[in-house]
Design a protein around this ligand. Sequence first.
Ligand code: UGY
Ligand code: MN
Length: 249
Amino acid sequence: MTSNAPLVFGSTRSRVERNYALITPDTHVNSPLIGWTEATAVIHISPEMGARFTQYTAMLAAGGRSGSAGPGVERFIYVTQGSIVLSTQSDRSLSVGCYAFIPADSEVFFSCDQSATLVVFEKQYVPHPDFEPPAMVVGNAKEVEGVPFMGDPDAVLQTFLPISPEFDMAVNLFTYQPGATLPQVEIHVMEHGLIMTDGQGIYRLGEDHFPVAAGDVIWMASYCPQWFVAMGKKPASYLYYKDIHRDRL
Ligand code: UGY
Ligand code: MN
């Protein structure tokens, strides 16, 4: 049986707890995106479940166009299917693996000719008195150098945003060879939103362990114990968000 095998009716791998959630594709239900054109979404993570940010999958059809993120809200997008064009860079098409960070209140939109699927993270930007607000960032995962995580060449981290205090969020792509693990059970103040983009493995969330595969989404609240091992015959990757660089008091 593979992770894609049909489930017995009335069952799911999805689980929603106080300090974490695993959302599997069989439980998706679309929601409209207000202010967008030719677009729909699955809102995986939101303040409704206790998170301090939102993570959703946006699906744009031909002629699709994004709406505003709302006052003070910054947005990170990562293309997983098709391509989009940003309103500020009409000569550059962002295809699979490309990403953009759109600062709060910047009125930058994107549109799509044929179709596109995007992972979107949004949060209320928290200004810092000593730093200017961050600038827009546009990139391609293929051009971002990976760094062995805590010295392990089989667990490689690509960092998409500058690790600099102008930014109050980080978004990274983590790729593990089969058998590679997070080196420790992590417990930390930062919160995570995550989507498996490739492969499979076992995620520890709190005191539970879950088989996970590409397409699964995970929310980890602050201080949720977390650990991962990649399993199977090909590498496993996940794209994830965390809130950083702001005092908690
Ligand atoms: O950045 C992180 O905290 C990362 N190591 N966590 C995770 O992969 N669950
Ligand atoms: Mn972590």
